[in-house]
Design a protein around this ligand. Sequence first.
Ligand SMILES: NC(=O)c1ccc[n+]([C@@H]2O[C@H](COP(=O)([O-])OP(=O)(O)OC[C@H]3O[C@@H](n4cnc5c(N)ncnc54)[C@H](O)[C@@H]3O)[C@@H](O)[C@H]2O)c1
Length: 377
Amino acid sequence: MTGAIGVGLIGTGFMGKSHAIAWANAGRVMGDLPPVQLELLCDTPSDKAQAMARQFGFARATGDWRALVTDPAVDVVSITTPNGLHREIAVAALQAGKHVWCEKPMALTLADAEAMADAARKAGRATLLGYNYIRNPAVQHAVWLVKAGRIGRPVHFRGWVDEDYQADPTLEWTWRARKADAGLGALGDLGCHLVSMMLLLMGPVDSLIADAQIIHQTRPLPGGGRAAVENEDTATAILRFASGAQGSLCTSRSAWGRKNRLDFEVHGTKGMIAFAQERMNELKLYVNEGEASEAGFRTLLTGPAHPPFGAFTPAPGHQIGFNDLKVIEAAGLIQTIAGDATAWPDFSEGVKIERIIHGIAEAAATGVRKTFSAGEA
Ligand SMILES: NC(=O)c1ccc[n+]([C@@H]2O[C@H](COP(=O)([O-])OP(=O)(O)OC[C@H]3O[C@@H](n4cnc5c(N)ncnc54)[C@H](O)[C@@H]3O)[C@@H](O)[C@H]2O)c1
């Protein structure tokens, strides 16, 4: 590649800042990457975009995302707006010939996600979804341990992803409760992250059964009265993988005390791996070997032996953090744009995650087992 990759970023909230930090620092941290130019930042209103462009170090700002996706100096578009805008912006950016990095979930509906994957195929541009937790060296090491057979044949996956931001029944109604604005509830906001990990650890899903609930059926409106909550607060699924292994997956946005519980266990025929996102620099490993009197879990602290930890700091146990995962993600996308890598999941692989979360919602609503054909999920 010649010249710098021109970056356009839409949205400057929680994820907008994380993407801005990642774009600015991917090359600084990882070293040998093509250069990027922080070209154009978008938010509404445009004076907010101007202020955030100064803060994030972008050269220009706009209040119009359509102007950003067609700007000739922009090569790649970061989408960090609320879910309801993902499809429209992503498809427009791809049609304008841009590469796209889009936050999860892909879209409000499975049909919208499939339309995004279709647009990506037609455009032939690099795409990547914001599944930052799978970039964690600890999680990547867990995947390596499973693939290397360290715990034998994986036979059982168990996963939880819980927060408590909707636990309080007195909280006011927001757009997050309306399907037309948010899509799925806990499954779309949280469950999809766990599914991204599960697919890497266990491989494709064959079928599932599920249940879900809305705990708080209505919430108070700011001006008085109450409005309905349309999407799930909790969901639970029991899965069969194509390998024959079994799994369970549980998510809640109303789990008091849980701030970012994103935990999994992979049980194998020779041992077990356990991970907890709130202790993201550790992995627990149990291998059934050696003296019975010394059997027990080992705590692996991540360090330079777990790439790319060493790119951040040479000292094991000194810990990396949430925004560092986005730096790793951005680096993967830059390498993909340069043709040196294929970062996962792109839009067509991301649709598999959407099929699983929407499949859980469907199975919960119908009470019927959801079965996927080979390659679908
Ligand atoms: N990967 C993760 O770990 C993670 C974490 C949180 C959120 N997310 C996802 O990121 C996305 C954004 O979530 P957030 O928490 O950053 O939200 P947020 O509300 O903090 O930020 C959204 C931003 O989009 C801007 N925006 C809204 N409409 C716009 C428009 N028409 N044009 C330009 N800008 C517009 C808002 O002004 C705001 O700056 C969601 O899809 C969410 O699911 C991902």
